[in-house]
Design a protein around this ligand. Sequence first.
Ligand code: PNS
Length: 163
Amino acid sequence: MTVAVYPGSFDPITKGHTAILKSGLVAFDKIIVAVLNNESKKPLFSVEERMDMIRAATDEMGVEDGKIEVDSFDGLLVNYARSRGARCILRGLRAVADFEYELQMANMNRHLNPEIETVFIMADDAYFYVASTLVKEVARLGGDVSDLVPAAVAPRLLAKFDR
Ligand code: PNS
């Protein structure tokens, strides 16, 4: 069975992320969506909230049971991947701007553990401009993000910003 870890902050999960997951399932038997426990970065949503929204979003996708697991991690990603028996790290690539950061991370992870490969999937062009940071800013300023995030996420964003 080919297992990949799909790591990220997911603060919150967007339709860009779910599109990557859907494509990832073409290549992998199982994907573990791993939320970075990064309270020091002052995320908008707690790890539990982020995991709940990912679970709701993957339920919405109607994926067969057992193909997606939601978990959290801290420490080094390669150590987490190894502890879960995953040989691949899955990342989405949007615009060229993502490339340098992703190249740096992929090479650092390869240096830390050459047995784990990073696999990239190009983001769906419909969501090329969708990033959690932008979605949060637009929602905070009263813009409509309902087309950009899974159905379970929009009301939670509104609640965070008292809208
Ligand atoms: O969604 P993000 O914030 O771009 O995801 C970044 C993430 C979680 C993939 C990255 O910060 C990470 O892997 N953090 C764990 C710490 C680690 O392993 N660092 C060294 C490798 S660069």
